[in-house]
Design a protein around this ligand. Structure first.
Ligand code: ZN
Length: 603
């Protein structure tokens, strides 16, 4: 679970009024639909007064009656989510016996078997074509030995101290990785974004070189109001994927760079260098067929001070280059400096597992298409501080996954498309289980209509709202908005879109491959509580429980709000499974082109 996804929203309030509290006050449209479906089910063939677009019954003596399956079952007619069952799953998964659910431990064994067993009990079929509920996920743990990074400008050396000045690693599954006298190039923000007509590399050959770049998106001013960022370019204030450090390493590797170094700045990164320093220990990664040799040999961060010195020694000015980098005209700057570093690794490999179950769709044509729900089963295991129970993070998400599956099996009419329930491993190690699934899917992504991620729920009761991280990215937001409105509730974006939380949970790996993905979490406007309540509990969560052994079940847990939220995301998945067409990314979204290409190749 990412840390701050549930803070108070600052923008993107949505349409419906938060006036009513719950499903009793459905929209007029919902009420009509409810009555209509009952009529068609009980008394068909029957005539209906044509309630705009819902189902299809034609009347008249000579015309045969056609009853379409209910496309839009109102939310009040969908099965409820069982809060007691949710709690029971969390009790088991967060128990001492499960030892904090670390990949490759007894905790994994117990967790994946429990979830598979629950899937089976719910009537789901094995999600893997090999007839099992498991997908093997090969992981490698790489621990780098401390090493200095040395810049050399015509014999003048600048030595960056491990951890204090530089945090670097290699993804190569190899005993060591190094760069030696590698030519250095400052590459601006290191972004290649065709949809924004932006290319920081400008065709410059960086093969074997060390590229240095800035974090976050290029901050492009709004031409009409230069004190604000241009909302049409790189999402304005919100971070796009081009701003994420993971993107910068990926594009650098694609361009053939030997090393990719990001300049750390606290505000654009969204966190201090101390967070980066947390990456000096063992890091897990997937083992790709090429043992990650297509990655740059060295990836890392350097401090702002060291970057300024580097550029000064090269006869450049950091601030001037940074200003240039915010324009389309920026060209890479060769620094006439070289970089050298050797990182030695300790390696260990683990075979971990994703768990997948499928509820088969009812439509012979559409059942080969999927809606995929995800939650991560893993957490941090145990250490000298105790067991990291991960009750909220993310035993509750797994409980939600199981109970959504059970709700689907209880729906009056089964979904037309199939639904996959996927509990992924190694989220806490960098979204690895979902990355593995998204790159080695059990069902084709071109036939995957959507991903809905069930992480980050609330344990404090009902809210008038729901948070959708990355709000506005795709039509899935509209599904969520409409379903929430039927409960008299609203949806909105996360409070800090500039921090890029949309890129920091499992759904993102689906998005990155092109599949529209929804990342919901609990609301912040609690019924009957003062406005500051959400902030208080968020602060307490962040300070006392998040990623500590204190993430346990508390006696005051109230899952009624989560059950209500989960019903909304049940409705979203159900309706996507019934819809005429797949949901789409919005125009200008960075994943849209990939999706279009994928769907074209399918047809
Ligand atoms: Zn977490």
């Amino acid at each position: 679970m990412k840390m701050n996804a549930r803070l108070k929203p600052s923008r993107l309030r949505s349409h419906a009024n938060p006036a009513s509290d719950g499903e009793a006050r459905q929209s007029a449209k919902g009420a009509t639909a409810a009555r209509y479906i009952v009529l068609t089910l009980l008394f068909a063939p029957a005539c209906s007064g044509g309630s705009g677009g819902i189902g299809a019954v034609s009347c008249g003596a000579s015309t045969p009656v056609v009853i379409a399956p209910p496309l839009h079952v109102p939310i009040g007619q969908l099965p409820a989510i069982d809060t007691n069952a949710l709690l029971e799953h969390v009790k088991v998964l967060s128990s001492d016996e499960f030892e904090g659910r670390a990949p490759g431990t007894k905790g994994e064994e117990l967790s994946v078997n429990y979830i598979a067993d629950q899937f089976k009990k719910a009537g789901l079929k094995p999600g893997n074509p090999d007839g099992t509920y498991f997908q093997k996920v090969p992981l490698v743990g790489i621990t780098p030995a401390p090493a200095p990074l040395v810049f050399d400008k015509a014999g003048k050396k600048q030595t960056l101290k491990w951890k204090d000045d530089v945090v670097a690693w290699t993804k190569h599954v190899a005993p060591s990785a190094s760069i030696a006298n590698s030519e250095m190039v400052f590459i601006g923000y290191g972004v290649v974004a065709p949809e924004f007509n932006w290319d920081d590399y400008k065709g410059v050959d960086v093969k074997g070189k060390t590229v240095v770049m800035l974090v976050n998106d290029p901050p492009v001013p709004d031409p009409a109001n230069p004190s604000e960022l241009d909302a049409k370019t790189f999402g304005g204030k919100a971070m796009t994927y081009y701003g994420r450090w993971t993107y910068k390493y990926e594009i650098g590797a694609q361009k053939g760079a030997a090393a990719v170094l990001i300049v750390h700045e606290t505000i654009p990164a969204g966190y201090g260098f101390n967070v980066v320093q947390g990456k000096t220990g063992e890091q897990f990664d997937l083992v790709t067929p090429d043992k990650n040799m297509s990655r740059a040999a060295i990836e890392g961060w350097i401090t702002l001070d060291q970057a300024k010195t580097l550029l000064k020694n090269a006869g450049q000015d950091f601030d001037a280059l940074k200003a240039q980098a915010a324009t389309r005209d920026f060209k890479p700057v060769s620094l006439g400096t070289t970089a050298s570093m050797t990182i030695r690794n300790t390696l260990r490999t683990i075979d971990s597992r994703n768990v997948a179950g499928i509820l088969e769709g009812s439509d012979p044509k559409l059942k080969d298409e999927f809606v995929v729900y995800t939650a991560h089963w893993d957490h941090f295991g145990k250490n000298a501080d105790g067991i990291f129970h991960g009750a909220e993070d993310d035993a509750l998400g797994c409980a939600a996954l199981i109970e959504e599956a059970r709700a689907f099996t209880r729906a009056q009419a089964p979904p037309k498309r199939s639904i996959m329930f996927l509990a992924v491993t190694a989220e806490e190690q960098g979204l690895l289980g979902s990355q593995y699934y998204a790159t080695q899917p059990l069902k084709p992504l071109a036939k995957t209509a959507a991903n809905i991620n069930l992480d980050s729920w609330n344990t404090h009761g009902r809210t008038k709202d729901i948070t959708l991280t990355g709000y506005g990215a795709s039509e899935l937001d509209d599904y969520a908005r409409d379903a929430a409105a039927e409960q008299g509730r609203v949806v909105h974006g996360d409070a800090e879109p500039e921090k890029g939380f949309y890129y920091r949970s499992d759904h993102f790996n689906f998005a990155k491959e092109g599949v529209p993905a929804l990342d919901p979490s609990g609301g912040v406007d609690y019924i009957g509580k003062p406005a500051e309540y959400a902030k208080q509990i968020q602060a307490e969560w962040t300070e006392k429980r998040y990623h500590t052994p204190n993430d346990i079940i508390y006696p005051d847990w109230d899952l009624t709000g989560t059950a209500e939220d989960l019903k909304v995301f049940f409705a979203v998945g159900y309706r996507v499974a019934q819809a005429d067409k797949f949901p789409e990314w919005r125009a200008g979204n960075e994943f849209r082109a990939k999706r279009e290409a994928m769907l074209k190749s399918r047809d």
